[in-house]
Design a protein around this ligand. Sequence first.
Ligand code: PLP
Length: 364
Amino acid sequence: MEQLRIPGPTPCPNEVLQAMSRQMINHRGPQFGQILGDITAKLKQLFQTKADVFLLTGSGTGGLEAAIVNTLSPGDKVLSVSIGVFGERFGAIAEQFGAEVVPLRFEWGKAADADAVRQALKAEPKVKAVLVTHNETSTGVTNNLEAISSVVKEFDKLLLVDAISSLGSINLPVDDWHCDVVVTASQKGWMVPPGLAMVSVSQEAWQAHTKAKMPRFYWDFTKAKSYLEKGETPWTPAISVVFAFQVALDMMLKEGLPNIVARHARVGKAARNGIKSLGLSLFAEESHTSNTVTAVAASNGLDPKKMNKILREEHQVILSGGQQKLDGKIFRIGHLGWVTENDIKEVITKIKVVLPQAGFRSSR
Ligand SMILES: Cc1ncc(COP(=O)(O)O)c(C=O)c1O
């Protein structure tokens, strides 16, 4: 069987796939209402929140757009903390909708520095919201969101979080860390096909929402809330993915969130140790490596594109390359969702075989 080890879409367990072959149901009927209620309650447990949580049909980027357009007005200043491709995207969405974006960029491979966020907020008192990526999938770095959040809340700003590749895999207690809008997506750690974005909305975010003037229709949280109260979504949902999601959430709760987080920590460590044992180095700074994606620097003559091609064609292992300026410079192993240490050890074994064929010369 193919080993799909990209940072999403991730493999889905058979029970999850089978749930998708069910016949359609009326999305305005009681059966769907019961499923939506059940999913929403379970999501709140995994988001560790008492706030509203909405299931939106769309990809993660749709969820990021929802976070922006529901809380901000054109001309609002936002601080966009960026450590890679997805941090840049979050800021670009805000800019597209007319926000005045103050970028706070860190070198790719490094985490955001909470003290630099403090200095930026001191220098820009008019900032209304701070945009942060919890886990930067493009570089394999996990930000210290707890520390960043405590700075953001020192200044009483709104905190909008891209947790697309972390939530449900890496600990993120949404309420304890005072995150106002948190976004994730089904195809990541949730073991479900693409098609759903999930967002939490705090009381402070609702207050901002009442004043937010950015244009919105499909993503309007007011509509999402009023429909959820009647057990519906405003628009036709991706029903098959919703069926799959219900099954996956049951599996997740059976395993238990602390166990899931611990498993990802073990798997992440296995990936990092395995990579180092091959004489390769991590792209991410050691103190902030991600437990859901490992980015590996191409060194010693390694052509990562060639390596990924051989792995795909001859070993049925699918890895990711680098994005944008990291194209050809790194490769990435996704290890989130339905994954064990053994899966990753197997991947490492195959990489070891392929490395010399892809130009790598061991310096040992
Ligand atoms: C951190 C992060 N943000 C945003 C996205 C974009 O999500 P989507 O591709 O579901 O729109 C991704 C997906 O790769 C991601 O990993």
